[in-house]
Write a new protein. Sequence first.
Lengths: 311, 424
Amino acid sequence: MIFNPKHILGIRDLTAEELTFILDTAESFKEINTRQIKKVPTLRGRTIINLFFEASTRTRTSFEIAGKRLSADTVNISASSSSVVKGETLEDTAKNIEAMHPDIIVMRHSASGACEYLARRLKCSVVNAGDGMHEHPSQALLDAFTIRQFKGRIDGLTVAIVGDITHSRVVRSNIYCLNKLGAKVRIAGPRTMLPPGIERLGCEVFNNLEDAIRDVDCVMMLRIQRERQGASLIPSTREYSRFFGLNEAKLRLAKPDAIVMHPGPINRGVELSTVVADGPQNVILGQVENGVAVRMALLYLVAGGEQLKND
Amino acid sequence: MKTLIKSGRIVDPANHIDEKLDILIIDGKIAELSANIDAGDAEIINAAGLIVTPGLIDMHVHLRDPGLEYKEDIITGTMAAAAGGVTSVACMPNTSPVNDNLAVTRYIISKAREQGSANVFPVGCITKGLKGEILAEMGELKEGGCVGFSDDGRPVTDGELMRRALEYASTFGAPVISHAEDLSLVAGGSMNEGEVSTELGLKGIPWVAEDAMTARDIMLAEFTGAHLHVAHVSTRGSVELVRQAKKRGVRVSCEATPHHFTLTEEAVRGYDTNAKMNPPLRTREDVDAVRAGLADGTIDAIATDHAPHHIDEKNVEFAIAMNGIVGLETLLPLTLRLVGEKLLSLSRAVELMTINPARILGIERGTLSVGAVADLTLINPNKEWVLDPAQLHSKSKNTPFGGHQLKGLAVKTLLAGKIVYSEN
């Protein structure tokens, strides 16, 4: 299969075949990350700009390391230390950067649709590292990769995603990805955090944690932003964790070999008890490890994929 | 000065006319309507194959002048009106400074008179500074030429203040035009709340934000007996609330925009900021309810809410783009489409754009009665054209209809007997 996408904007527009191809490509990059010399010359001479308008530990570091291990030149720009603070628009920022001939811009932005906005206006490739509440394709891919790693497959599994569904780009991308790869998705949260029509994207909606995670193969917990209390969505994280937080006892409702996932960062004691967070069923750090391989795969495929092997 | 409009199909709902007649205009007034007028030395305008109506009235337009002339001004805005067949506009007060004082009202009226291509009837603020705290001096504003009062762009959130606004405005015989929106329920949304907003990851504006406030305003109108005009109804709930209120005898009127009877929230897909406005584009059911309301008399007027914005204000991420689209130059083809689809008769469509808004605002326009000011629109209902935003007469080009196939347009617009627009 030849798959050389110009952009990676979201999971919604990728086929099951393309998603599987990305995961298989990531498989081949995984081993590089455990070598002593973690470097291959594949993207040597390419320039990758990581343009992050929102704070990030995992995603940004992951994309940076992915680029560097492929021998690309990576540059990190964070909005807070750029001229964005002087009022420069997104389009101007991106066009000015593009004038320096990057091959790929990896962007995280708080506005849904921001990556599509740039892709329409720029000539270089755009990779979505998270746009508003819309999509986070590399996260969904590393989640799928991790499930495949620990469960041997995705097809036929049931995955429960619990948390602030309304504001989560992770959940939207995961719903698309898991459905296309043959899994069933359940989502749960307090009603104030469930957006209208979400079931149409391909999931079963639950109002309580217990029913949602009963007999599932995988439980994915989302971070509850403490700031959201002020927006009348939940009265307190105390109440949220009592009813929707995952602890040892509730986890027993899932299959005995169920895995626990979280995109990070974790609020210990809110959506995950510390026991579960540090327990044997969680694969959270595995997700992070896989994130580098998946992002290497994405950068590789966007930059030219198969053709690069012949350079 | 004599002008003879020959062989046009005259549609004047105010006088129940729909027939082929000639119109003689003398010194800017309608002098005669009959078949085959012989007027010797009159300038002849051949209207064969055209529909001739009273000059169209758009009672909800933002001219942005004074203060926001980078978006539009009275000259370009009225030129856009004339090109769209509109001879009278009611302009909203959210300018800079706002129209809460006689000086701004007088400025608008005199600039329009001296340099404009359409009649401009200013709508004054309900509250001073549009702050929603203290009533504006409606008496003086009405005397100075304001035809109604609105804080459009914003609701009057305080119930007591809205009650007093309705009572006070009725003292002077003016309608209060309400932009009905519960801002706390809007909570920063940028499109209709529903399946599309969930998919796009955009914060939604639930229909109840409009309906709840529409209900409150209607009840206040009922309580005070004052005339309430609800601006830009967009939900089936609002339409039904007005319908039931009218049955109860409440003095309520309302308007709908062409985009609210033409487009749904699906137009937002792809994050097109030219599909972003307030109230937002809604669901298919809401659009159907607005169309039904236009047909059954619940909705009294079509008004565009012409809202020009500079390209820098629209060419940004969806969440921060400004709300609104221009509408003066697409009013006619979009409304005529309803006639083509047999939802409205031609007469009813013209009524919604002429005598009805005239009556709501209490202005002496919207008819072709003998003695009336000769504001006329000559329409070619069959002309097919493609909208090129660059060709719009408005300074701003923020329209979602760019590239769309449209049918029908104004070929000539007359203001007090003078041709202010001619299609070339």
